[in-house]
Write a protein of this length. Structure first.
Length: 234
């Protein structure tokens, strides 16, 4: 697996403008949705194997939410891509101003283990609808669902467009040296700081979704059974 070679291929693919077409983006989102539906049993079985999630929980907390994201993106993508007119100051009376959304380019997505399908593919939906390419790094702690995701992604899309792979600390060091145009990281604050520092070296825009404590306050008047259920579910 030559990640540098794949990164260069994705740079070339983006620079040729293939992923910028709205029609192209819509086709890719529909392809992803269709492939997920064809592999639902395999996905839910893998989630149960790695995390002990019952099928219903796997569907409602991951797969179903992913379908919602894809459908929402398809429904709104044409609106999101339109120019947004803006007013101009009086001293630019004869000028016209607008905001036009454009793709970042080559993106890196590093996901986490606790929702391994959703946290990998939900950011990918965003990358696709925005017209970017993507390299998708999956944590080695969820090997069963990783193999399903890798099979789905790497058989549905060319590696010059989207590529999924398992990663670890050593691979992260390598891939974070590449000059991506956007990085999306989900995981611990400790690793998030490392990712942010690496991104800062090349002034790469970054989104961090970091883990942490979720404090809860249970009062003496609380319904204890309901409170316990809520705390267990996070």
């Amino acid at each position: 697996m030559d990640l540098k070679k794949i990164f260069i291929q994705q740079q070339d693919f983006f620079n040729q403008g293939y992923s910028k077409s709205i029609t192209f983006r819509e086709i890719q989102l529909n392809k992803l949705k269709k492939t997920l539906k064809q592999n639902e049993d395999k996905i839910l079985t893998a989630l149960e194997a790695d995390l002990g999630k019952p099928f219903m929980e796997g569907y409602t907390s991951e797969l179903g939410m992913l379908y919602t994201s894809i459908n929402y993106a398809i429904k709104n993508m044409h609106k999101w891509s339109k120019k947004e007119k803006k007013s101009t100051p009086f001293y630019l009376f004869f000028a016209k101003a607008y905001i036009k959304s454009t793709p970042f380019g080559n993106t890196l997505i590093l996901s986490a283990f606790n929702y391994p399908l959703l946290l990998a593919l939900d950011p990918l939906v965003g990358a696709i609808v925005a017209g970017n390419t993507a390299m998708l790094g999956l944590p080695k702690s969820t090997p069963t669902i990783n193999q399903v995701i890798i099979e789905i992604i790497n058989t549905s899309f060319g590696q010059e467009y989207i590529y999924a792979f398992e990663t670890d600390r050593y691979l992260n060091d390598e891939i974070l040296s590449f000059k991506f145009n956007k990085i999306f990281y989900t995981g611990s604050s400790k690793v998030g700081k490392i990712v942010a520092l690496k991104a800062a070296e090349n002034l790469i825009p970054i989104t961090l979704e970091l883990g942490g404590k979720s404090p809860a306050l249970v009062t003496k008047n609380a319904k204890i059974n309901n409170a316990a259920d809520s705390i267990v579910w996070g």
